[in-house]
Design a protein around this ligand. Structure first.
Ligand SMILES: Cc1ncc(CO)c(N)n1
Length: 232
């Protein structure tokens, strides 16, 4: 192998993984997972009208998330022959079925009328970003990265509200548990492993796109939390 070949081989073998990106962009990751809204749930000072706003808006988001996850599933089936990829995404789809039912139940508990919710602008922006990722032009590695980032932010944020020293109000624990539970944590780890595997094999160009999408998801998550606590 000549030097040039060696260099190109070593650059394609360069260790890239999502954990490295979390470290590299720690302040943005922290802004998305330790947002004042999440801190207010964790310390029990949460404004209930903010929580209700978040609940209604997130229901709209999850409805838009379903076709996005379906598009990831289609790409998994078309672009890889590894059945683990299909299975992890299919597991995510199944969980969304439960999640929509849960939103309806939770909304009635909090007196939120889901049919009357108008999406706020941060939500509209996030949903149109999801739509843009559904295009067949967007590589599987890139959408898998986005899928992981979207789920990981919720997992990390809500698990934080369930830590031993958290003072999360009893009536919000079920919500936190929905995303903060260990099974969902394990599933996110599996998704992360799948995404890492594809990132390792990807071209530099696709890795760059995946990193940009990761950052954009974090920004949109921060805006989504911001939207939930306007006016307090
Ligand atoms: C805004 C937002 N991000 C991530 C998730 C996780 O599913 C969600 N429900 N809502």
């Amino acid at each position: 192998m000549d030097k040039q070949q060696q260099e190109s081989r070593s650059s394609s073998n360069k260790k890239v993984d999502l954990g490295e990106w979390v470290k590299k962009h720690a302040s943005l990751y922290e802004a998305a997972t330790r947002h004042p809204f999440i801190e207010s749930i964790r310390n029990g000072t949460v404004d209930i009208s903010s929580f209700r706003r978040w609940l209604g808006q997130d229901y709209i988001f999850v409805r838009a998330f379903v076709p996005f996850v379906a598009s990831v599933l289609v790409k998994a089936c078309n672009e890889t022959d590894d059945s683990s990829d299909m299975e992890v995404t299919l597991g995510g789809m199944a969980a969304l079925n439960d999640e929509l039912a849960w939103f309806k139940k939770e909304a009635s508990k909090w007196g939120v009328t889901l049919s009357a919710i108008v999406p706020l602008s941060a939500n509209v922006r996030y949903c149109s970003f999801l739509k843009s990722l559904m295009s067949s032009e967007v590589e599987y590695t890139v959408v898998l990265t986005a899928f992981w980032a979207i789920e990981a932010v919720y997992q990390d944020s809500f698990a934080y509200c369930l830590e031993e020293d958290a003072e999360t109000p009893e009536e919000l624990k079920e919500t936190c548990y929905r995303w903060g539970n260990d099974d969902f944590g394990d599933w996110c780890c599996t998704l992360e492993e799948r995404a890492n595997r594809h990132l390792q094999m990807a071209s530099e160009d696709v890795r760059k796109k995946a990193e940009a999408v990761f950052l954009h998801v974090l920004e949109l998550e921060v805006e989504f939390w911001d939207m939930s606590c306007v006016g307090i």
